[in-house]
Design a protein around this ligand. Sequence first.
Ligand SMILES: [Cu+2]
Length: 449
Amino acid sequence: MSSSRGRFISGLTAGTGALLVRGAPAVAQPYNCFRPGPRTRATPWTKPDQKVLERKAAWSLSAADANVVKLRAAYKKMQALPQSDPHSMIAQRNMHAYYCDDCPNISTNQQIHGSYRFFPWHRAFLYFHERILGSLIGDFSLRLTYFDWEVAAHRAMPPIYTAAGQSLLHPRALPNGSPVYPASDFTIVPSMMTYVVDDFMGDAGAGGTPEAKPHDYGHTAMGDDMGVLNTAAFDPIFFCHHGNVDRMWASWQHYHPGIDPGGAYSTLRFSFWDEHKKWVSIGVADVADTTNLGYTYASFIPTTARVVKREILLQLATPSRIGPPPPPEQLSDAASVDIHLRGLAVPADEGFFLVQAVTPDGKSHDLGTFATIPHVAGGGMSMSSDLRKVNLVLAVAPEVARQIATAGTTFRIQQRSARNARSSPNLLLGQGVPKVTPARIGALSLTVR
Ligand SMILES: [Cu+2]
């Protein structure tokens, strides 16, 4: 990431400018981050005496639900606090911006997206956010909700968030009808429960597929403040969207007990303001089990496991070209094939990406899509030298796998900007001139089911 980003965007305002919804005032205010905590050492987090309670699906809750009443009262208080208060909504937004290396006025060199830091950091962020909300109303039985977009009928904004005149509603320009799309990137969520750890959680230098698909698409498709990293956590739906991202992780952990990415993962620690305004640090061992943080989910995401027949490691002649192909009989009995593109380098920090394979006969085959979230609205920065890496799993029909498993097949990615998605939802893969670049892949393999 550019270390001089702040210079390009100082003076930028957050919020949606002239974009209004149902007469609600747009949130446009000067945006300045402070260092979230003191430079002194954080105190290690200790588990409070707390009950283990369920986080429930936002779609299952009505305005009369006791927890919804608590959430609305707590957010109302949070939104009224001044920026200088670490419990304020503005401070919560800035905490996320700080850890995205997206503060307009300071370079933080902290990035918790695009690697195995993504899941544990966000779990801890949501936990402290939940505790702070509880402390604001003096009731620690308050729990966050989750946006169960893996259910087709639940891909519209949950009604408890869109009702007028209450604190869960955030000003947005985009329609509330279908804010999570393309649908295919949410339909595949149950199949992600079968992913191996590197593909699900990512590794030290690459994000996993859940981050690049439902997570990133949800942010960019919801748009407005949610659509850019440095303002996303200003919208209460952030904590509902991330509730389901966290539920994806909890569900995956349920199917893969005790598995983590290894390496330096187990030594990761993150610092936050707690509910007593104490600067505390929490480690990945503390957040590994949600019950240690006082919550469970009303249900796990079901898995659609299909027996794995074999794994085929493909040799790459160059970073985007297949070398010797596998023997054809290895694919002849496939019912479905997952292509794993490990360490796929993305030649920009944001966009919608279509991955294609070009076979030696010159035919191009669309393999699938993923997204990355813009750092700031509107652009204005040159980030062409930035690289993000993703461990991308793309499910393809056996026939496509057979055609591309050929010596000389090359891979390329088409990129469209996501920066204007907030004012033009149809931009998602639909419009704009794509930039086409050869893919750079670290390793390539196939899972035959
Ligand atoms: Cu985030």
